[in-house]
Design a protein around this ligand. Structure first.
Ligand SMILES: Nc1ncnc2c1ncn2[C@@H]1O[C@H](COP(=O)(O)OP(=O)(O)OP(=O)(O)O)[C@@H](O)[C@H]1O
Length: 630
C-alpha cells in the first residue's frame, strides 16, 4: 500500500520535535504530581532524587514542576506574541508595498515610530494600561516585534510585486486582494518564517528580562525567566539551578529555529531549496581512473539525472554522453525542457540538490589535478574548479553583474579568487581582459558601474570575467538571447575570435534555441529532446541533412536559415505540433512519437538507441534512413 504523508518528509522530524516541545509543558500534571509553587525550605538545593528528578530550588520547590509549568507560560507568551506580531506586521508590509501611496506612508511610518520608541518605555506604557502579567508580556512583545515583520514583508513584497508573474496576474484582471494573498504572500513566506523563528526565540529570552522588571510573570508563578533570575544569586553554590532553565531555553530556541528553517525549505518549491549545491554522489562508480581523449577538455558519459524519492524517481536526463574538445564549439540545442541547462549545470557542479546523479561520469581536465570526475568531487573541490577550469556565462547580462559594485572590483575579485597576486597586477590584468573583449576606454570602464554599460557591453564584461583564469571549458547558456540582433552578431564574433586566439585551446559548450546562430558558431551540434540526445554530429551535416524527424522539425520551424526546407512548404514556417512531454509522462518507446509525422507502431515498442549513421553522425530514430526522403 502506498501511503503518502500529508507533509513533506523533511518536515516530519522537526514537526515531531515541535509538537513534543508544545505538548510536554501542558502534560505537566501527568508527568509530575508536585505543585510548582509549594515550598519546602528544609530541602532547599536538594540534589536530584527519585521524587524530585531535577532536584529542588532555593525555596525547596520541585524544579521539574517549575520547568514544566514555567514552560506553559514562556511558550504561550512567545508563540502568541510572535504570531500576533507576524500577522499584524505582515499585513502592514503587504498593504504598504502593494497599494503604495498613503498606505505605504501610514504602515511604514507607524513601524518606524515603534522602532524609535525605547522598548522599556514602551513596556512601562503597556504595563500601566494592562497591569503586570502574561497578558502584558504578550502585548509588549507583539508591539515590539511587529515592525520587524512589517519591514521584511514590505521589502520582500516590493521586490516580488515587480516580478513578471505579478504583472501577468494584474493583466489577467485578478483582484488585488487575491494577488496579495495568493501570489505575493507565498513568495515572501520564506524570509517571514525565518523571522518568526528568530522572534519566537527572542521573545522567550526577553520574557525573563521583563519579568525581572516586574512587568512580566509575577512571583511565585513559575516561568523560565523567573527561574533564571532566582538561580542567578546562587550560581556558584548551585549551578544546576541556572543550568536547567538555560538548557530548556536553548533546546526550545533550537527546535523552533530548526522547524522554521525546514519550513522555509519546504515552502520553496525549487528544492532544498533554491540552494545550488554540490551534486550528489553517483550510485554506480567506476573503479578505473578517469580518462579522457587527449584533445578533450571534458566529457559527459551516460549521465542520468533523476528527481523525486528513490521509490518513485523520475529521469530528467538519461543516456547523455558528449565529448567537449579544445578549440571546438559544441552546440546543445532543443526545445525548452529538453535538458540542456541541467546538462550544463551538472558540468558546473551546480545542480539543485533535489536532483540526483544516479549514473554516469562528468569528467573534466583540470589544470592542476589532471582528469577529475565532477560527480565524485567535494563541494570545496568544485569551488576550486569553477572559474578556474570551467566557467559559465549566462543569458541575462543585465542581472549577472552585481549592480552595487564597480566592474573593476568584480573582475579583480574573480581573478583573486583563484590566482593570488598583488591587487595592482590583478587590476592590470582586468583592464587587459576588457581590452581583449573589445571594450573601448577599458581603464575608464574599469571604474564604472554595470548600469553605465549597454547589454552587449555587459555580456562582454561577463565573457572577460569568465576567461580571467584561463578556463579549459566555457559554457555559454544562451548568451545572446537577451541581446538585439546586431549585438548578438558582435558577441558571437567575439566568442569565435577568443576561441581562435586562446593559447591553451578553449572548449566551448554553446546552449541555444537559435539554429541560425548555431550554424554560425558551432563545429558540432547535439540535439536534445525530452532528456535524451536524439541527434549528434558536425554542424553542416546535422543542419544540412538532419536524420531525426525532431531535428528536421526544428529546422522547419526556423525562419529563413534553410531555404530548401521552406521552399517545399511555400516558405511557410512549420510549427511542431503538440508540446514536449513532462518527464513523468513520457510515452512508451520514442518520446517524440506523439508529435512525429513519421511515427509507426514500432516506435512505441522500445526506446531507440543512439546509432551511428556515419563515422561522425549518430541518430536516435528507427526510421532515420527514411527521414530525408520522407
Ligand atoms: N529543480 C528542478 N526540479 C525538478 N525538475 C526540474 C528542475 N529543473 C529542471 N527540471 C526539469 O528537468 C527537465 C530539463 O530541464 P532543463 O532546464 O535542463 O531544460 P532546458 O532544455 O535547459 O530548458 P530551457 O531552454 O527552458 O532552459 C525539464 O523537464 C524540467 O522540468
Amino acid at each position: 500500500m502506498n501511503m503518502s504523508l500529508p507533509i513533506p518528509k523533511r518536515m516530519v522530524f522537526p514537526s515531531i520535535l515541535l509538537i513534543l516541545l508544545i505538548v510536554t509543558p501542558f502534560a505537566a500534571p501527568l508527568i509530575t504530581g508536585d505543585d510548582p509553587t509549594a515550598m519546602a525550605i528544609p530541602q532547599r538545593f536538594a540534589a536530584p532524587s527519585f521524587e524530585h528528578w531535577l532536584g529542588q530550588d532555593e525555596f525547596g520547590r520541585d524544579r521539574l514542576a517549575r520547568i514544566l509549568y514555567g514552560g506553559q507560560v514562556s511558550l504561550t507568551v512567545a508563540f502568541v506574541a510572535t504570531t500576533i506580531a507576524a500577522v499584524v506586521g505582515t499585513l502592514f508590509g503587504l498593504i504598504g508595498a502593494y497599494f503604495r501611496g498613503p498606505f505605504e506612508f501610514f504602515t511604514t511610518r507607524l513601524a518606524d515610530v515603534v522602532v524609535c520608541f525605547p522598548p522599556i518605555l514602551l513596556a512601562l506604557l503597556v504595563v500601566t494600561l494592562f497591569g503586570p502579567g502574561a497578558v502584558t508580556l504578550i502585548a509588549v512583545l507583539s508591539v515590539l516585534y511587529f515592525p520587524a515583520f512589517a519591514r521584511i514583508a514590505f521589502a520582500e513584497a516590493l521586490r516580488v510585486s515587480a516580478l513578471d508573474f505579478v504583472e501577468a496576474s494584474r493583466a489577467l484582471g485578478t483582484p488585488s486582494r487575491r494577488i496579495v494573498l495568493r501570489t505575493v504572500l507565498p513568495n515572501i513566506a520564506g524570509p517571514l518564517s525565518i523571522q518568526y523563528s528568530l522572534t519566537a526565540a527572542a521573545a522567550i529570552t526577553i520574557e525573563s528580562g521583563l519579568s525581572f522588571l516586574g512587568l512580566g510573570v509575577v512571583p511565585p508563578a513559575p516561568s523560565w525567566g523567573q527561574m533564571i533570575r532566582g538561580a542567578r544569586a546562587f550560581m556558584n553554590q548551585e549551578p544546576l539551578g541556572i543550568l536547567i532553565p538555560c538548557i530548556a531555553l536553548t533546546l526550545t530556541i533550537y527546535i523552533i529555529n530548526f522547524f522554521c528553517d525546514r519550513l522555509r525549505d519546504a515552502l520553496d518549491p525549487k528544492g532544498a531549496q533554491g540552494a545550488k549545491d554540490a551534486i550528489s554522489q553517483p550510485v554506480t562508480t567506476s573503479q578505473k581512473a578517469p580518462d579522457l581523449p587527449s584533445d578533450a577538455v571534458a566529457s559527459v558519459r551516460d549521465l542520468r539525472l533523476v528527481t523525486g524519492p528513490a521509490s518513485q524517481s523520475v529521469d530528467l536526463i538519461a543516456d547523455v554522453s558528449l565529448t567537449l574538445r579544445a578549440n571546438e564549439c559544441t552546440a546543445l540545442v532543443g526545445e525548452s525542457g529538453s535538458g540542456k541547462s541541467l546538462t550544463s549545470l551538472a558540468l558546473m557542479g551546480l545542480l539543485p540538490d533535489v536532483i540526483r546523479q544516479e549514473n554516469g561520469q562528468l569528467l573534466l581536465r583540470s589544470k592542476s589535478d589532471g582528469v577529475v570526475d565532477l560527480g565524485k568531487t567535494t563541494a570545496q573541490g568544485l569551488e576550486k574548479l569553477r572559474g578556474n577550469d570551467i566557467a559559465m556565462i549566462f543569458q541575462e547580462p543585465m542581472t549577472s553583474l552585481n549592480p552595487v559594485h564597480k566592474i573593476g572590483f568584480q573582475m579583480v575579485e574573480a581573478i583573486l579568487a583563484h590566482r593570488p597576486m598583488p591587487k595592482d597586477q590583478a587590476r592590470n590584468e582586468a583592464i587587459e581582459l576588457l581590452e581583449l573583449v573589445g571594450i573601448n576606454e577599458a581603464a575608464r570602464r574599469f571604474d564604472g558601474y554595470p548600469h553605465e554599460l549597454s547589454g552587449g557591453m555587459r555580456q562582454r564584461v561577463m565573457i572577460a570575467m569568465a576567461l580571467s583564469c584561463q578556463p579549459k571549458l566555457l559554457i555559454a547558456d544562451e548568451p545572446t538571447t537577451a541581446l538585439d540582433v546586431t549585438i548578438q552578431a558582435e558577441v558571437i564574433e567575439l566568442l569565435q575570435r577568443l576561441q581562435r586566439e586562446y593559447a591553451d585551446g578553449l572548449g566551448l559548450l554553446f546552449i541555444s534555441h537559435n539554429l541560425g546562430i548555431v550554424s554560425e558558431i558551432a563545429d558540432r551540434v547535439v540535439v536534445m529532446y525530452s532528456g535524451k540526445i536524439v541527434e549528434e554530429g558536425p554542424t553542416d551535416v546535422v543542419l544540412n541533412a538532419p536524420k531525426h524527424p525532431y531535428t528536421r522539425a526544428l529546422m522547419g520551424s526556423m525562419p529563413a536559415a534553410h531555404t530548401d526546407l521552406h521552399s517545399s512548404r511555400n516558405d511557410r514556417l512549420a510549427a511542431i505540433s503538440g508540446t514536449p512531454p513532462l518527464p513523468m509522462a513520457r510515452p512508451s518507446g520514442c518520446a517524440f512519437r506523439d508529435r512525429c509525422p513519421m511515427a509507426i507502431a514500432a516506435c512505441a515498442e522500445h526506446i531507440p538507441s543512439l546509432d551511428n549513421v556515419s563515422d561522425v553522425h549518430s541518430v536516435r530514430c528507427i526510421r532515420a534512413d527514411e527521414v530525408v526522403t520522407a
